[in-house]
Ligand binder design. Structure first.
Ligand SMILES: *Cc1c(COP(=O)(O)O)cnc(C)c1O
Length: 344
């Protein structure tokens, strides 16, 4: 079983993909200029194409999703404003508290439901009246997919309409929105309908090495550009990276269905193993619950098999561009062999 020359299989995240030959060729061929002067034709092309694809007035290329979410929060909210956000949301939990630290923006976290949504009644209950005791509620921020779960289009329509009815803006952390669109068989425009702004990661399932896009109206993006500069995200000859992003948008969206199929196959195989509990994935993320005492041994086996994984009793496995069907078959077999011998 041990194959020392086998390349590593990395199941930790879909951020780990490396650009393939065709993407590298597109990067090498990219025309570049100084994007801080607005002179990089490849960045401009990526932004124009993305704005059109997602149905917004403009787009902004940012070095990371953390930065593009932060730019959105900084444009939507001023000092002393607040945004409503899920307890499990990336913009609340996994971005270092950037909105509070750099924007003096107060998050109002709200419990996520089991399906990843925030209950409409909970949103409504947290919208503060106009009273100087309260922070000014300005924004509803949702995330789709969230923990690999797809939020229903009906829910998104109701939640964004509720926010707008109360005068709030709406932002979508759509790091994996392309997964949500492909899973539902809907267009990217339909998937983001109702949101005033969206952040989309090019470096997750889409397989680009670096970068995110912020989408919004022209005035919103013009303000965003100022914040991006202040945050140090103004990049010079970024056209090579933009070309990778453009290649990803053109060639790697529909194929996300393969990642979803591999995740579904893996989940079905793992579900046959007694002693562990497996989630039914909507998209490319599988959760495996196992006894804490099983983790160390499994970590050792996976390491010997040259499989990188984030080991935890609530283990997350992510499929992506660099994971084949044979890889998930092999992974399932390794789990089955391990748990057939493992005893509590
Ligand atoms: C990955 C991710 C981001 C952004 O992450 P970066 O590493 O900063 O690009 C934002 N939101 C969600 C939901 C993510 O999964």
């Amino acid at each position: 079983m041990n194959a020392p020359n086998r390349p590593w299989l990395d199941l930790r995240s879909d951020t780990v993909t490396r650009p393939g030959l065709a993407m590298r060729a597109a990067m090498a061929a990219a025309e570049v200029g100084d994007d801080v002067y607005g002179d990089d034709p490849s960045v401009t092309l990526l932004q124009e194409r993305a704005a059109d694809l997602f149905g917004y007035g403009a787009a902004l290329f940012a070095p990371s999703g953390t930065q593009s979410n932060l730019i959105a929060l900084l444009v939507h909210c001023a000092r002393g404003d607040e945004y409503l956000v899920g307890q499990e949301a990336h913009t609340f939990r996994y971005e270092g508290g950037g909105a509070a630290v750099l924007g003096s923006i107060q998050p109002q976290p709200i419990a996520n439901q089991v399906d990843g949504s925030i209950a409409l009644a909970d949103i409504e209950a947290q919208i503060k009246p106009d009273d100087f005791h309260f922070a000014r509620t300005k924004l509803l921020a949702l995330e789709n997919t969230i923990g690999g779960r797809v939020l229903g289009q009906g829910y998104l329509e109701q939640a964004t309409a509720l926010a707008h009815r109360h005068g709030l803006a709406t932002h979508l952390d759509g790091a994996r929105i392309c997964n949500a669109a492909v899973q539902q068989g809907i267009s990217l425009r339909a998937a983001v309908a109702g949101f005033d702004s969206v952040s989309v990661c090019l470096s997750k399932g889409l397989g680009a090495p670096v970068g995110s896009l912020l989408l919004g109206g022209q005035a919103f993006i013009a303000q965003g550009k100022r914040w991006r500069k202040m945050l140090g995200g103004g990049m010079r000859q970024a056209g090579g990276l933009a070309a990778a992003g453009l290649y990803a948008l053109e060639h790697h969206v529909a194929r996300l269905a393969d990642d979803h199929a591999n995740a579904a196959f893996l989940a079905r195989e793992l579900a046959k193993i007694s002693g562990i509990t497996v989630s039914t994935p909507h998209t490319n993320i599988v959760y495996v619950d196992m006894p804490a005492a099983a983790c160390a041994g499994l970590a050792e086996v996976l390491n010997c098999e040259r499989i990188r994984a984030t080991m935890s009793p609530h283990m997350r496995i992510v499929t992506h561009l660099d994971v084949t069907h044979a890889d998930v078959e092999r992974t399932a077999a390794i789990f089955a062999a391990y748990f057939s011998h493992w005893q509590d």
